[in-house]
Design a protein around this ligand. Structure first.
Ligand code: CU
Length: 165
């Protein structure tokens, strides 16, 4: 009995702790739901004044459902088009390739952070992306359909290498 009571107490404390972390996290992060998908913190890094491309990242894309889904594409008023890009080594050179879609298997949690392997490329920027800007982005998923999210333009926090094009 004492074990049961103890574990109940721990559960309660843990959920209070989780709530506090969530409440605090919302000051600097934001997330969106699309069906079973959790789109955590869409962000873009500021671009130089004459840049014609930019990149959108996510803290994570998570599929909490039982079925696999797929990101098929995206659109935004901030650029002429949006491409899904994967960086890969080609000999000694890092190159970006456009991919048709991005698989989100059931239970998957993909990291799409700057300096990582995957990002969305904004091709034909309408205007440079400035720190503090926010712009809408419509993500198109095979199963979850289309979902509008707000992208926050912010400097990379960990001082990671800038995205090269
Ligand atoms: Cu790219």
């Amino acid at each position: 009995m004492s074990v049961l009571l103890h574990s109940f107490g721990w559960q309660t404390r843990r959920s209070i702790l989780a709530w506090v972390i969530l409440a605090c996290g919302h000051a600097s992060a934001h997330d969106f739901k699309a069906g079973a998908l959790l789109i955590d913190h869409p962000y873009a890094t500021p671009t130089p004044p004459a840049a014609s491309v930019g990149a959108v990242y996510f803290r994570t894309l998570k599929n909490t459902g039982q079925k696999g889904d797929r990101l098929l594409g995206a659109r935004t008023p901030a650029s002429a088009s949006v491409e899904i890009h994967r960086s890969m080594m080609d000999g000694d050179v890092m190159r970006m390739r456009q991919v048709d879609s991005l698989a989100l298997p059931a239970g998957a949690e993909l990291r799409l952070r700057h300096g990582g392997e995957l990002h969305l490329m904004l091709v034909g920027l309408v205007a440079p992306l400035k720190e503090g800007d926010r712009f809408p982005l419509w993500l198109r998923f095979e199963l979850a359909g289309e979902r509008e999210v707000s992208v926050w333009v912010q400097k990379p926090r960990e001082g990671a290498a800038a995205h090269k094009h």
